[in-house]
Design a protein around this ligand. Structure first.
Ligand SMILES: Nc1ncnc2c1ncn2[C@@H]1O[C@H](COP(=O)(O)OP(=O)(O)OP(=O)(O)O)[C@@H](O)[C@H]1O
Ligand SMILES: [Mg+2]
Length: 322
């Protein structure tokens, strides 16, 4: 009986696929990761614009790659800032993440090497802005990206340690695809008034995704960004963020550092543009925290020492269990 119902739905989707010329392989919804697959998938999301999602995606990916991990950055924002920021010529691509989501192309075919060792990218182009309408009617639309990533993990020779997804400033279907695909969500928050606005909506989306679509989704942490330790306002807001989110806040906030903005304009990571800058120091220390949380056996840093040096609040050593 179940098989009949399932094949009925599969048939409907195959019919629809052939109408619009998509390959059937696009509709293998139930792909799971094979045992032993060790890739960790982190989605960076916050519907607030300009809070440092892309800067974090690029520099976390680059820092992990420099630490010897094999990293795939996946750009699911039609603005293509992550792709541009790591040097991809988005106007001259023959395939991108759009083709994976809409046309059912294998993810492997949309992956390019970047100039940096160990760091690959599945880039976005402006075509992605139409993608959510094009997939809106598909059965299993929220899980298309997850299926594509899992299939790559199961079959690819690339064997990534980390897949890092950069989302757009919206809670649209593409961001939901990012949450459904993820093991962890990472939330950058600008240390600025009003930055906590919209958090309720983001957390309720995460809760719904966790309940209905991705039971394994975990919040990796909240990353305070664009932090200026010289101003009282920034210090107060950082404290509010720490009081509210408690041990979920990373100990190393990312300070405001013009070199980070310049690095993106030069289409490089901070480690290749200004390796001695505070931006590079902050992203290195934060990356050690990410490694400590996700692969503790590989951690070497002293995140708490760095947190003190960059002027943030005393690190929280005891998780708040209240
Ligand atoms: N720590 C920082 N210091 C100085 N400038 C920064 C810092 N982090 C990000 N920026 C700059 O702030 C702007 C917004 O950052 P970014 O693009 O990373 O945010 P975003 O959340 O990805 O934005 P969007 O919501 O549009 O995708 C960019 O110009 C970036 O270079
Ligand atoms: Mg961005």
């Amino acid at each position: 009986m179940f098989d009949d119902i399932r094949s009925f739905f599969m048939k409907r989707e195959e019919d629809r696929a052939s109408e619009i010329g998509r390959p059937e392989s696009h509709f293998e919804y139930l792909t799971e990761r094979t045992a032993g697959a060790h890739t960790i998938i982190i989605t960076i999301a916050n519907q607030k614009g300009g809070c440092g999602k892309t800067t974090t995606a690029i520099n976390l990916s680059a820092a992990l790659a420099k630490r010897g991990f094999k990293v795939l950055m996946l750009d699911i924002d039609a603005q293509s800032h992550a792709s541009l920021g790591i040097g991809v010529d988005v106007d001259n691509l023959n395939c991108s993440i759009y083709d994976v989501l809409v046309k059912g192309m294998q993810l492997e075919n949309a992956i390019f090497h970047t100039y940096a060792n160990n760091l690959d990218i599945a880039p976005a182009t402006s075509m992605l802005s139409g993608a959510q309408l094009e997939i809106a009617d598909l059965l299993g639309r929220e899980g298309i990206l997850r299926t594509a990533i899992y299939k790559m993990i199961n079959t690819s020779k690339n064997d990534y340690d980390y897949v890092i997804l950069d989302c757009s400033p919206s809670l649209n279907l593409l961001t939901v695809n990012g949450l459904v695909a993820a093991d962890h969500i990472l939330i950058p928050i600008q240390t600025h008034y009003f930055s906590l606005e919209g958090m309720r909506e983001l957390f309720s989306t995460i809760k719904i995704v966790k309940e209905r679509l991705n039971l394994g989704l975990q919040i990796l942490g909240i990353l305070p960004t664009l932090y200026d330790p010289r101003t009282r306002m920034n210090k107060d807001i950082l404290k509010q963020i720490q009081d509210y989110f408690k041990d979920k806040v990373f100990k190393n906030p990312i300070r405001m550092n013009i070199r980070l903005a310049e690095a993106s304009a030069h289409r490089k990571s901070i480690f290749d543009f200004a390796p001695d800058s505070n931006g590079a120091k902050d992203y290195s220390a934060f990356t050690e925290e990410v490694i400590t949380l996700t692969r503790p056996e590989k951690a070497i840093g002293q995140p708490e020492k760095a947190a003190k040096e960059n002027g943030s609040e005393e690190p929280r050593l005891q998780p708040d269990t209240a």
